[in-house]
Design a protein. Structure first.
Length: 259
């Protein structure tokens, strides 16, 4: 399927690996020029070089912490007329509700709620002026099915979801479409970190931890960054203009609900 976005420009955050990389790859395959961001300059430059060679699109790497004002300013300066924005940032660490301080909550909210909101506020006026734009926020399946040990993430991402619910309806008439993608367990570093915690807590092998987690997923496997990225690219396409303010779960059926 031709996604109809060849020649567009996209900002993709946390794009050197994992779900951000999968999303960037899918957009590049569709002919979209990229501005990609991550904190690690070496891995980011390597990813940019690979995508340029593989897809023949322009890829600009901007290393920095997207959760800081300076990091956001640098990324936005590299794509002053971005047509597509894919927000993404690593989730806060797991823990117990009684251990989290005010500072822990503020850090999580800053990274996983206020950062994507700031990026949207900066990029969307131009999209509105040009009459076309796509925003996809990579959040978490925990928004719909909270994970007890990820309370910091549950809190921050739920706040972002509320912001998008209202804002998406305000800008849809101007051709700007905002949606959220809610991943479950995918074979990424985030899953490795969570599984490592299980290994430590239960004294079992990594293979056993992964098998136990996969058994809780109806698909009986972890997701891949490539299939996640393909869904992201579709939501950024010309075909997704009537999908507004939705929270699309990609979790292999793990979220057991009718609606």
């Amino acid at each position: 399927m031709d996604l109809g976005i060849r020649g567009r420009t996209a900002i993709v955050c946390a794009a050197s690996k994992g779900l951000g990389r999968g999303s960037a790859e899918a957009l590049a395959e569709a002919g979209v020029n990229l501005v990609i961001n991550a904190r690690g300059a070496e891995a980011l430059e390597a990813a940019a070089a690979e995508m340029r060679a593989r897809h023949g699109v322009k890829v600009t790497a901007v290393a920095g912490d997207i959760t800081t004002e300076a990091g956001r300013r640098a990324v936005l300066a590299a794509a002053p007329e971005a047509d597509i924005l894919v927000t993404n940032a690593g989730g806060p660490p797991p823990g117990l509700w009684s251990d989290w301080t005010r500072e822990d909550f503020l850090k999580a909210i800053d990274a996983n709620m206020l950062t994507p909101i700031a990026l949207m506020q900066a990029a969307m006026p131009g999209m509105i002026a040009r009459g076309w734009g796509r925003v996809v926020n990579i959040t978490s399946g925990a928004v719909k099915s909270p994970i007890p040990q990820l309370g910091l993430s549950n809190t921050a991402r739920a706040g972002l979801t509320g912001f998008v619910a209202g804002t998406s309806r305000q800008v849809a008439a101007q051709g700007v479409v905002i949606n959220n993608l809610l991943p479950g367990i995918h074979d990424t570093d985030r899953a490795l970190a969570l599984d490592s915690g299980v290994v430590k807590a239960k004294g079992i092998s990594m293979e056993a931890a992964r098998a136990a987690r996969a058994a809780t997923i109806p698909a009986r496997r972890y997701g891949t960054a490539a299939e996640f990225g393909a869904t992201c690219a579709f939501l950024c396409s010309v075909h997704a203009g009537f999908i507004v303010g939705q929270n699309i779960v990609i979790d292999g059926g793990a979220n057991n609900s009718t609606l």
